[in-house]
Design a protein around this ligand. Sequence first.
Ligand SMILES: C[S@@+](CC[C@H](N)C(=O)[O-])C[C@H]1O[C@@H](n2cnc3c(N)ncnc32)[C@H](O)[C@@H]1O
Length: 235
Amino acid sequence: MLPYFLLLLLALLGGLAYWLLISTEGVFLGRRVVVWLYDRTAHRYDAIKEYDPADEQFLVTRPVLAALAGRANPLLLDVATGTGRVPFDLLQNPAFPGRVIGLDASRPMLAVAAAKLAPYGQRVSLVQHPAAPLPFPTARFDLVTCLEALEFFPSDEAALREMVRVLRPGGRLITTRRTGREGQLFLHRYRSPDQFTALLHRLGLAEVEMQLWEVGYDLVTARKPAAPAGDAHAA
Ligand SMILES: C[S@@+](CC[C@H](N)C(=O)[O-])C[C@H]1O[C@@H](n2cnc3c(N)ncnc32)[C@H](O)[C@@H]1O
């Protein structure tokens, strides 16, 4: 029979491995591990998430359309698009008149997205790239979304700074904040509502609004203030 201290050590190591690889999805081990874990689960990601089409129109498409406020032919960037959740939800809805670029670091996640999005042709492009720095010019997008992903980036602040940079003045950001006990498992990386709001203000965003969203997440929207008259990047 194993001595008690050995059993205790095994239990501790098992708990540590669970926390590192499952609860926090590799974020304390670096970007390569996070992306490797998504590479390995890409083929069953949608089956695990079981997104319901009607819920998705309410949770994703509705806030996006509200943020676009009737803008003609908008260009949207979805950071950490995964299997293409945001472009897929939007492009199915005839009320969305724009184009979407989906960016993600995981090639297998993007391969699943590409198969789902094939019917939408030129209205969607997929780019394999890390979230920071972003490979796009400043003030390029009308709207930037980043759902259920900030907590897995090496630095949420660096990624958000890049999202703000590529937003046009007057454009909006829609993102999520991890909440509750699961959020606090991210230790010092966890941000309370006040801390998250302060970060967005520090990055130059205004009109920050936070609301309960999916289990474990708040939905956060904010606006990049319009440029002063005469600024070449103004919309
Ligand atoms: C939980 S999934 C969310 C996917 C999608 N936004 C959704 O809501 O279904 C997190 C995604 O973040 C991507 N990801 C993780 N770290 C990344 C990084 N540093 N840069 C770009 N993508 C990253 C993963 O590959 C994965 O597709």
